[in-house]
Design a protein around this ligand. Structure first.
Ligand SMILES: [Zn+2]
Length: 97
């Protein structure tokens, strides 16, 4: 993958991760709702998230946030993995902005 395509692909995931972090906080092996601060451990990733009864999110939240997080990080890992063409999955640069 060219550096440009890699940067474009990872930029899209970076945006999705930033959007995710507006809804959820990774707290060790828990994800916390940013609106009610309730948490869910990884073991229950396939269960609906246990929001507080008083949780009033300002936007629609996915019912299984661990699955969203897993999809985002899996795609990031796929992009970063070495490619079969020997060019490597990573773009140039050192990530410092
Ligand atoms: Zn909540």
């Amino acid at each position: 993958m060219s550096d440009r395509k890699y940067i474009e692909a990872t930029s899209a995931i970076n945006g999705d991760l930033c959007d995710f972090s507006n809804r959820w906080t990774l707290d060790g092996d828990y994800l916390r709702c940013r609106f009610c601060n309730r948490a869910q451990i990884t073991n229950y990733m396939d269960s609906p998230f246990p929001h507080a009864g008083s949780c009033k999110p300002t936007r629609v939240l996915e019912p299984q946030p661990w699955r969203t997080f897993l999809a985002l990080t899996t795609e990031l890992a796929r992009l970063a993995a070495p490619q079969a063409d020997g060019l490597g999955g990573k773009g140039g640069g050192n990530g410092v902005q």
